[in-house]
Design a protein around this ligand. Structure first.
Ligand SMILES: NC(=O)C1=CN([C@@H]2O[C@H](COP(=O)(O)OP(=O)(O)OC[C@H]3O[C@@H](n4cnc5c(N)ncnc54)[C@H](O)[C@@H]3O)[C@@H](O)[C@H]2O)[C@@H](O)CC1
Ligand SMILES: Nc1ncnc2c1ncn2[C@@H]1O[C@H](COP(=O)(O)OP(=O)(O)O)[C@@H](O)[C@H]1O
Ligand SMILES: [K+]
Length: 495
């Protein structure tokens, strides 16, 4: 699990540790870790777009230096690289406020202060702002961020110190100018803004440097990894039967959108439930594609309601809302949903809106959901008293108690018609197999994103292909974690 902590929590942990260490020790730890990653990148150990230099000596390194400790980290790291023979050029945002010790160390090591970044750099350190950044970059910082972009376009690797300047550490929000990094070296803990887009997009690959912080057990935001997901996936035991594994009901499709029913069933069949029951007018289309589907109402352990329903069947969704069976509501089912109806429910509810649907539920515009994914997902979960999976460039899952997970898998190729229907079927199937909504939603998003990677391989992909790649995604997730033996056994008497 990747655990992320907000600025206040990180600062409190830093204070506590600093009180026990000599002055400046923490910054030296950060700078040493940062310089080590830069050296590795210069030697060709990272996402280089230039031929590797193979050594640090002779490399050309630019350092963008802000007025706080983030600039201090960058200066001390620059000094370490200069001592190893790199040519290091520092641009100070505000000469009067650059970190004194760091600047002296850089100059003593042979580094230089220059007016603007020179040409032909191998690497640029973005030390403008770290967790002390507030609001959009002010003009002087924005001008230096633009220099980083220019150097990057000319082939330099950009390494963000702690986080890309311009990204809000707590939310991933970006207001205006921002540094686009290839690699972010973050200190002590992941920050939520490194895991949530748009911030995550600007961070590139994130490397964590341990500086010894003691952090609370419960992170503010987490991202499941292979082993976590593998440990959640339901695996039948020797005594399992299809009913004990769970039956998922799918209320989806309409004359206008029969395909949504087929795709939701396609996802549900690959989600670990023992059977899928379909209710709706697209039964012939569903059966033609999946003869294993049960047709018509009957007992289920979870319902998926909404994909392609159109607007004529909201009464059926309301009946499910009034039932005591776990329920996932997606797409058309989300229209006109009342917070009161959800709050009255006794069984778990999972809502899976995309940004447009979330905007309608909150009465805000779509752009504000896309720019503030974490805040909007939290608001929805709180207002509706349900777990929310907000789809999009970073899928955010939030439960009513405020636990947040962000999904680390996926690809923009997933932005294709019908892939959301596959996801809702898959998540509903995991609910029917007994996972709670937070786990079902985050495991489903993880597998779905991974399936898209398998199926897309950097080319366009269809929703059906994503569904067909789910077994491979399941297998690679379990294998990569070596968790075959630790997976949940379901559908065995007494479980
Ligand atoms: N506190 C600690 O113990 C440690 C801190 N470290 C580093 O220190 C950083 C935090 O340092 P600071 O608290 O000094 O803060 P920062 O260095 O992140 O930024 C503070 C400076 O940026 C300016 N600023 C804020 N928002 C701005 C905006 N939108 N546009 C332009 N300028 C803006 C402020 O006026 C201030 O001068 C961390 O991100 C990390 O890099 C590391 O050295 C590890 C240890
Ligand atoms: N830019 C993106 N990057 C990664 N995944 C995306 C992006 N845009 C959309 N997705 C994913 O694609 C799927 C689209 O679902 P949805 O919007 O419901 O489409 P549909 O209604 O056509 O099925 C979701 O899983 C969503 O998270
Ligand atoms: K930075």
């Amino acid at each position: 699990m990747r655990s992320a902590y907000g600025v206040e929590t990180v600062r409190a942990a830093e204070r506590e540790l600093m009180a026990r260490l000599p002055d400046g020790a923490l910054m030296q730890r950060a700078a040493a870790g940062l310089a080590a990653v830069c050296a590795q990148l210069l030697r060709g150990g990272g996402p280089g777009r230039r031929p590797a230099r193979r050594k640090v000596a002779g490399a050309r390194v630019g350092v963008l230096v802000g007025g706080g400790d983030n600039g201090g980290d960058a200066l001390y790291a620059g000094a370490r690289l200069a001592r190893r023979g790199a040519g290091v050029y520092a641009v100070l945002m505000d000469a009067g406020r650059a970190h004194g010790g760091g600047l002296a160390a850089l100059l003593a090591a042979g580094g230089r202060v220059v007016e603007r970044l020179p040409e032909r750099l191998d690497l640029v350190l973005d030390g403008l702002l770290g967790i002390g950044g507030r609001g959009g970059l002010r003009p002087a910082a924005a001008a230096l961020a633009a220099q980083a972009d220019t150097a990057r376009a000319a082939g330099a690797l950009v390494v963000a110190v702690d986080l890309p300047s311009g990204v809000d550490a707590d939310t991933g929000e970006v207001a205006g100018a921002v540094v686009g990094a290839d690699v972010t070296v973050t200190f002590g803990a992941y920050k939520p803004g490194l895991l949530i887009s748009p911030g995550a997009t600007y961070a590139g690959t994130v490397r964590l440097v341990d500086i010894g912080l003691a952090l609370p057990a419960r992170p503010e935001v987490s991202a499941l990894q292979d082993a976590d997901v593998a440990g959640l996936l339901p695996v039948p035991g020797a005594e399992s039967d299809k009913y004990r594994r769970g039956v998922v009901g799918v209320l989806a499709g309409s004359g206008q959108y029969p395909g949504a029913a087929v795709l939701a069933v396609a996802g549900a069949l690959r989600g670990g439930a023992g059977a899928v029951r379909y209710v709706g007018p697209a039964d012939q289309a569903v059966l033609a594609r999946f003869p294993e589907t049960l047709i018509g109402t009957g007992r289920v352990q979870a319902w998926v309601a909404g994909p392609g329903l159109g607007d004529g069947r909201l009464a059926e969704v309301e009946r499910l809302l009034a039932s005591d069976v776990p329920l996932l509501v997606d797409a058309d089912g989300l229209r006109g949903l009342s917070p009161e109806a959800l709050r009255r429910r006794t069984a778990p509810t999972l809502l899976t809106p995309h940004a447009g649907e979330a905007a309608a539920l909150l009465g805000v515009d779509r752009a504000s959901v896309e720019a503030q994914r974490l805040r909007r997902a939290r608001e929805l979960a709180e207002r509706y008293g349900a777990t929310v999976l907000l789809k999009g460039s970073t899928t955010v899952v939030c439960d009513p108690a405020g636990q947040v997970r962000v999904n680390p898998t996926g690809t923009p190729w997933l932005a294709t018609a019908g892939s959301g229907d596959v996801l809702s079927g898959l998540a509903g199937s995991l609910l029917a197999a007994g996972l709670d909504p937070l786990d079902a939603a985050s495991a489903a998003a993880y597998l779905h994103g991974r399936a898209a990677h398998h199926a897309a391989a950097d080319a366009p992909v269809t929703a059906q292909q994503v569904a067909e790649a789910l077994p491979a995604a399941w297998r690679t997730t379990s294998e990569a974690s070596g968790a075959g033996g630790r997976a949940r056994r379901v559908g065995v008497s007494g479980t």
